[in-house]
Ligand binder design. Structure first.
Ligand SMILES: Cc1ncc(C[n+]2csc(CCOP(=O)(O)OP(=O)(O)O)c2C)c(N)n1
Ligand SMILES: [Mg+2]
Length: 308
């Protein structure tokens, strides 16, 4: 591409990638690069965002981008960050100052909650100056919609299918932001692609802080959640408006900011919009699961003070 067609400062996540229409993770990626700017080294493990944005020899990324295996995205980012510290102490000809570079991980929920949690924990414990962003589409989408420990109860996936014996996933979603906060992080936040400015502000705020930071962004997957691709943002908004996916900030372990909701909607509005919860409305036993999910939203609302 010629220089004038490829304006690095403006388009750091470029069109032409292979993500599905309505992909929440692709939208999240674009928002991340808008917030980080070009002086960023992004570490990304395997997952939908990796396979759809970097088919060899192409890349949709205008920031420095490192692919690594599932298990070690956080270790790689921590290693790069440490290398920049070392460069600062020596002749750093040709390298930017450590303080001028953003060290970022972007990884799916499977990579974060399950397979990469050890390296994430180590990176946070060692105190690397790394912002870890999990794009949460609540399953292993790239390999065919298998459940992860982020999948909410009641959701049908290929490994938690709904059928005669099953009502979909039966284990509660792991509270990953609290696990991150328990490492003593100064900044942990949840966000949603339905509130892009809020998300970008959180990324910018996190990057101002020295040390490890964790942001989890809700990213609908039309293919995996079985909804029309045009409804991704609306479904993400409903997740917040029902209390199913609260968005908040935690500073030094304390909740300091919550997106409040006026006239919180029933979770049914959110569930009905997605095929992955369809069986809950077709089987009598589904009613109990819907009640459980409503309870999760109510507890979120009470504990976080969501209701306006
Ligand atoms: C150690 C290891 N196990 C399994 C796989 C196969 N694999 C590749 S991508 C993927 C799914 C990733 O899920 P997630 O991190 O949630 O990202 P998403 O695909 O949903 O974007 C899996 C299981 C792998 N590459 N490496
Ligand atoms: Mg996923």
């Amino acid at each position: 591409m010629t220089e004038d067609k490829f304006k690095r400062d403006e388009d750091l996540f470029c069109p032409g990638h292979r993500a599905c229409p309505g992909c929440g993770a692709a939208l999240a990626s674009k928002l991340v690069t808008e917030a980080t700017g070009p002086q960023t080294i992004l570490s990304m493990p395997t997952g939908c965002m990796e396979v759809t944005t970097t088919p060899y020899p192409e890349s949709a990324w205008g920031v420095s981008w490192i692919h690594n295996i599932f298990e070690n995205a956080a270790s790689v980012a921590g290693g790069v960050e440490t290398a920049y510290r070392a460069f600062d102490k020596r002749d750093k000809k040709g390298y930017m100052d450590h303080d001028d570079v953003n060290f970022v991980v972007m990884a799916g929920d499977g990579a974060t909650f399950d397979i990469g949690i050890r390296s994430l924990s180590g990176m946070m414990e060692r105190g690397h100056d790394v912002l870890y962003i999990c794009y949460d589409n609540e399953a292993y989408m790239n390999t065919g919609i298998q459940r992860s420990s982020s999948t909410p109860i009641g959701a049908a996936t290929t490994t938690s299918p709904a059928g005669e014996e099953s009502l979909g996933e039966d284990i509660h979603k792991k509270d990953m932001p609290s696990i991150a906060a328990a490492h003593g992080l100064e900044y942990v936040a949840t966000a949603s692609v339905a509130y892009p400015e809020d998300f970008k502000n959180k990324v910018e705020k996190a990057l101002e802080i020295e040390g490890p930071k964790y942001i989890q962004v809700f990213a609908p997957c039309p293919r995996g959640w079985r909804h029309d691709s045009r409804n991704s943002v609306e479904i993400a908004r409903l997740a917040v408006q029902t209390g199913m996916y609260p968005i908040y900030e935690m500073e030094d372990g304390e909740i300091t900011n919550v997106k409040e909701v006026k006239d919180r909607k029933p979770v049914e509005d959110y569930l009905k919009a997605q095929g992955r919860f369809k069986h809950l409305f077709e089987k009598d036993e589904g009613e109990e699961v819907i009640k459980d999910l409503q309870k999760i939203a109510d507890v979120n609302a009470e504990e976080l003070g969501i209701d306006k």
